[in-house]
Design a protein around this ligand. Structure first.
Ligand code: NDP
Length: 252
């Protein structure tokens, strides 16, 4: 199998997009460490496949990330595939965003990616090949109304990916970002009740409103994001570096 003997780490690997990518890698033979704050969620997913391994870890906590990733590497070897996927989406009018709200988003979506990538890179011997993938968002390419902090955090991780792709150019490591549009996961489902109230519609109506955020006006499914991550991890993508791949049914 393509990833036999490889150790992969997927943050937020217990749900949604992260779970999809973790399963794809596990089925391709990788030993996959999945992380998140909810130990019960991770344990249930890990119980479903022998190659999935639960590691409770909070990406907004430096100690938790540095210790957690070092421990995962002690158990299963250097992190040769790292998917920095964990993130939160919160919105509201900019005038009402408190500094605490702003920091909560930035600490998770930006500091969390910084800590994850730096800690994963620290596990690698100098000549080891590796693939580093960040899950950004269409909010990393264009502004999303009512989600300025989220938009800023998802733009910022592109800078990390592009900067790292230059800094590590002489090593066999690639850094790329995926920009999904609206995907049918908990993050999207969590916004339905607000939309139902605001537009006086039912759940299907609210889902249709979310789908309109994608250019082809369909909600994306997790397997569409998994496929692009699997390609970025493949031998065929060894020279794809510093790139941003949008999956949103059209151009932003
Ligand atoms: P989910 O809510 O299913 O996934 C988010 C994951 O991140 C959860 O597993 C959650 O686990 C984890 N997480 C959140 N905060 C932390 C934290 N502080 N420490 C560790 N883990 C954390 O939604 P998605 O799968 O949709 O989201 C995954 C990524 O994709 C996010 O970065 C999101 O911004 C991005 N994205 C999603 C889109 C969508 O439409 N669904 C579109 C574009 C981008 P736990 O709560 O247990 O910690």
């Amino acid at each position: 199998m393509e990833h036999d003997g490889t150790h992969a780490l997927v943050t937020g690997g217990g749900t949604g997009i992260g779970e999809g990518i973790a399963r794809g890698l596990a089925e391709a033979g990788a030993q996959v460490t999945i992380t998140g704050r909810r130990a019960d969620v991770l344990a249930a997913v890990a119980a479903s496949h022998p190659n999935l391994h639960a590691l409770p870890m909070d990406v907004s906590d430096e100690f938790s990330v540095r210790e957690g990733i070092a421990e995962a590497a002690r158990l299963r070897g250097p992190i040769q595939i790292c998917v920095a996927n964990a993130g939160i989406a919160e919105g509201g009018p900019f005038a009402k965003v408190s500094l605490a709200d702003w920091r909560r988003i930035m600490t998770t979506n930006l500091d969390g990616v910084f800590l994850t990538l730096q800690s994963a890179l620290a596990t690698l011997p100098a000549d080891a090949p590796a693939r580093m993938i960040v899950i950004s968002s269409i909010a990393g390419l264009r502004g999303l109304k009512g989600a300025v902090s989220y938009t800023a955090s998802k733009h910022a991780v592109i800078g990390l990916v592009r900067g790292l792709s230059e800094e590590y150019m002489r090593r066999p490591i690639t850094f790329n970002a995926i920009f999904p549009g609206y995907v049918d996961t908990d993050i999207v489902r969590g916004q339905l009740s607000g939309l139902m109230r605001r537009f006086e519609t039912d759940a299907d109506g609210a889902l249709a409103i979310m789908a309109k955020g994608n250019r082809h006006e369909r909600l994306l499914q997790v397997d569409e994001i998994t496929a692009s991550a699997m390609w970025l991890c493949s031998e065929a993508a060894r020279s794809v570096n510093g790139q941003t791949i949008e999956i949103a049914g059209g151009q932003s």
